[in-house]
Design a protein around this ligand. Structure first.
Ligand SMILES: Cc1cc2nc3c(=O)[nH]c(=O)nc-3n(C[C@H](O)[C@H](O)[C@H](O)COP(=O)(O)OP(=O)(O)OC[C@H]3O[C@@H](n4cnc5c(N)ncnc54)[C@H](O)[C@@H]3O)c2cc1C
Length: 484
């Protein structure tokens, strides 16, 4: 069969995929972009907080690196974090050059916000809490207009096509088409929607991880799933709606059932989320209160508008919130140029695991990651040899099925903010392949660290510092690898 050919196939039209397309096209490559869902259903479009880059006079990549290392609790791959923090300012300027209008202060300088875990103000926003939307509109317009980029909307990658010598040579779509390229770059987003209570769009169930694993790539650190502390509870039509960390950076406070504050609102995410989780359990309540009354509503227009639409005015009344699954630090194991273990196969953005986030992602580092590593991988992939003819063998059964309601509920109950062996063991029999893999990794790591809290192993084991959990393709027990 004749495959459609280009230099690079990019799967996923979020921040990572769109920026990768533009980076490759800018150096003369022919690119095919495959996107399963509409733009408004990417996590990138929903991003509120902003993107982190050391831009302030008193800031530096080194300080940004130190905060990233501290948040990641002894598991951050230092070289990946060093790349991110060094290159984030340049990618911010690239976005500005593409026409993204970032928020400015009264003097016309870029306005910098503070978020949990950051020692200084370094988070840039576009349109207040509409950052993701504004960036994505610009990038997608640029992609749509670019003559070297073919966009296949509503097209879902069903499998990767590998040649007899194990090279990834293309992508098979659900409609049977095969796309061949020098490199395939997965930018399929995260897996947080594998849990029932989530801030993520429904498509974020980790399909790219399963496609890559089926093609022979290793996955890493799947036990590290971040729970955002403040997602709305019990407000009709807004269940799970995220209230950005930046709101707490601007002075919003958290209160328990008796109105008392119980946590430092600017502590790293895992600490705030667990403090809320324990307060809910101890007091037998479904939500704590987020008091935003002292926060300027104009700073967060889309948060305020969404809540007001649902009949709740955050300028006058507290918002009921509780943690929800938000971001999976683990993913397709890659090096600092997005290369997976399968030649020709790259992964960037939330579906990848460079080790950058360690055990706990620092807020707003993920959008920066999409741009920094999206560009690196796109350029590196163009060095791959021209593609051979990918074999036309459809997989016997779907490689990356959507999770059922039962799987998502079981993940919330047993692989949530606190796990133990008794809860995780039954997940090993779950029908969904990624649920089983997460459970295996969570059982394997017999310690608590960052976002991974084992009720039966509450201490951090220093012997596991910088040791990442790897699940190779083809089954077998997870193993540990040291990444520097
Ligand atoms: C509510 C919310 C707020 C957030 N706020 C921030 C923030 O302020 N700052 C920050 O840094 N991070 C934030 N994050 C995290 C951040 O938005 C994501 O990590 C990041 O946008 C992921 O981008 P991505 O390009 O990797 O994936 P996504 O934006 O999720 O895009 C994935 C793309 O892959 C496509 N896709 C998936 N599977 C297939 C398939 N099999 N075939 C074809 N296409 C497929 C999807 O349709 C989609 O186009 C937030 C996340 C959420 C949910």
């Amino acid at each position: 069969m004749n495959a459609e050919r280009s230099d690079l196939v990019v799967v996923g039209a979020g921040a990572a995929g769109l920026f990768a397309c533009l980076s490759a096209a800018r150096v003369g490559a022919r690119v095919t972009l495959v996107s399963a869902r509409p733009l408004a259903e990417t996590a990138s479009y929903w991003a509120q907080g902003g993107l982190a880059a050391a831009l302030a006079a008193g800031d530096s990549p080194q300080l940004h690196l130190e905060d990233t290392l501290a948040a990641g609790r002894g598991l951050v791959r230092r070289s990946a974090a060093a790349v991110l923090t060094a290159e984030a300012p340049a990618r911010f300027h690239d976005l500005e050059a593409l026409g993204v209008r970032f928020d400015a202060d009264r003097r016309g300088n870029v306005a910098l916000g503070l978020e949990g875990g950051h020692g200084v103000r370094r988070v840039v926003h576009a349109g207040g809490s509409a950052t993701g939307r504004r960036i994505l509109r610009q990038l997608s317009a640029d992609v749509a207009e670019h003559p070297a980029i073919d966009v296949l909307e509503g097209a879902r990658a069903a499998a990767l096509a590998t040649t007899a010598d194990g090279r990834c040579a293309g992508v098979r779509l659900e409609d049977g088409r095969v796309l061949a390229a020098r490199g395939v770059l997965l930018a399929t987003g995260g897996a947080a929607a594998l849990w029932s209570r989530t801030t993520n769009p429904p498509g974020s169930f980790g399909s790219g991880l399963l496609l890559a694993h089926a093609a022979g790539a290793a996955l890493a650190d799947l036990e590290f799933a971040q729970f955002h502390p403040t997602a709305v509870v019990g407000v009709k039509g807004r269940e799970g709606f995220l209230i950005s960390e930046a709101v707490r950076g601007e002075g919003a406070t958290l209160h328990d059932a008796s109105g008392e504050r119980f946590v430092d609102e600017l502590a790293p995410r895992d600490e705030v989320a667990r403090a809320i989780f324990r307060t809910l359990r101890a007091q037998g309540i479904p939500a704590v209160s987020l008091d935003m009354r002292r926060v300027d509503p104009d700073r967060f227009p889309n948060v305020v508008a969404a809540l007001r639409d649902a009949g709740l005015d955050p300028a006058t009344e507290p918002v009921p919130v509780a943690p929800a699954s938000h971001y999976v630090m683990g993913g397709i194991a890659t090096d600092l140029e997005g290369r997976s273990g399968v030649p020709g196969l790259y992964a960037v953005g939330e579906c990848a695991c460079t080790g950058l986030h360690g055990a706990n992602r620092l807020a707003s580092n993920s959008l920066s990651e999409c741009f920094v590593f999206g560009r690196r991988a796109a350029l590196r992939a163009l060095d791959e040899p021209p593609p051979g003819e990918p074999p036309d063998v459809p997989p016997a059964e779907p490689v990356a099925p959507a999770p059922s309601r039962a799987t998502r509920k079981a993940m919330w109950r047993h692989a949530g903010l606190e796990r133990d062996a008794d809860g995780l063991m039954p997940l090993l029999e779950d029908p969904h392949p990624l649920a089983r893999l997460v459970a295996r990794c969570a059982l394997f790591r017999e310690e608590s660290r960052g976002a991974h809290a084992r009720a039966d192993f509450p201490a951090t084991d220093p012997a596991l510092d910088h040791r990442h959990t790897i699940v190779a393709a083809g089954g077998g027990e997870p193993r540990l690898e040291s990444w520097q």
